[in-house]
Unconditional design. Structure first.
Length: 147
């Protein structure tokens, strides 16, 4: 029995240290971005998420850390985003300081492109996507609702 106890302690320690190392690796891997974009918020101060358009992301309301947090109206942010969803697109989610929710889907973004949110709540909100040269690539409608 006395010989088993040190062996068990060694095994438990080994498992503990291995699990800690794995967690650190997965955390550092999560910060690597597939693409870098510019997000321009011309609407209201808000937290903004740009997520891969996947079945799992469409079915959840827990999006994790914002892609661009607390972006004031009239300002822009550089942001890293993951690879697009299976269909090559992204989802847009935004919650402003007045508890309004905004969403859009099927957005195509490439590395170096810009996503700009425009409009007013009572007017047509839209997202304009431009390429590295500033050429308009697409416009997307934005759904808005009070939370």
């Amino acid at each position: 029995m006395r010989r088993i106890l040190p062996v068990l302690l060694c095994l438990v320690s080994l498992v503990f240290f291995c699990s800690c190392n794995t967690t650190k690796e997965s955390e550092s891997m999560a910060t690597i971005s597939d693409r870098n974009i510019t997000i321009v918020n011309n609407v209201y101060e808000a937290n903004i998420w740009v997520l891969p358009d996947t079945e799992a992301n469409r079915k959840t309301t827990l999006w994790g850390t914002a892609t661009a947090g607390k972006v004031p109206a009239g300002e822009s942010r550089q942001a890293g985003i993951d690879k697009p969803g299976d269909n090559g697109t992204y989802m847009f989610r935004m919650i402003d300081t007045e508890h309004m929710y905004y969403s859009s889907e099927n957005i195509i973004l490439e590395d170096g492109w810009t996503l700009e949110i425009k409009g007013k709540l009572n007017d047509d909100l839209k997202i304009e996507v431009t390429d590295k040269d500033g050429t308009l690539k697409a416009e997307y409608e934005v759904f808005a609702a009070r939370l």
